[in-house]
Ligand binder design. Structure first.
Ligand SMILES: [Zn+2]
Length: 118
């Protein structure tokens, strides 16, 4: 029997799949999709929070404390900075969250990584 046809347990949900259907971390398609969805959700939340924090910092510091007005020419750069903040922080959050779930060995609520350890 070839390795790809052998039944192997997904390391996240412990269900048996042909080895060819699992990825290099031995996760099945559904678990990969679940961890991607979790990562995307966290990425959006962290990116939004970081962008709002940067926007609030700039508005409070420059408009309220220093009383400096942004010129119209700088306004696109200001929004570009917020977009870059969103993209970078959300990508970092996606990578971190997916890494955490991969390391813990489970992405789905019904997955029980503790059973696999024994
Ligand atoms: Zn699975």
């Amino acid at each position: 029997m070839r390795f790809r046809d052998a039944e192997v347990a997904c390391r996240s949900c412990q269900q048996l799949y042909p080895a060819g259907e699992l990825d290099r971390y031995f996760w099945c398609h559904d678990c990969r999709r679940a961890v991607r969805r979790l990562g995307a959700r966290w990425g959006r939340a962290v990116g939004l929070a970081a962008s709002l924090a940067v926007a609030a910092y700039v508005l409070i510091r420059y408009y309220l404390i220093l009383d400096v007005r942004l010129s119209d020419q700088l306004l696109p750069l200001y929004f570009l900075m917020l977009v870059i903040t969103y993209v970078l922080t959300s990508r970092i959050a996606v990578a971190v969250v997916q890494g955490i779930y991969r390391a813990r060995g489970g992405a789905r609520p019904n997955s029980r990584p503790d059973d696999a350890a024994g």
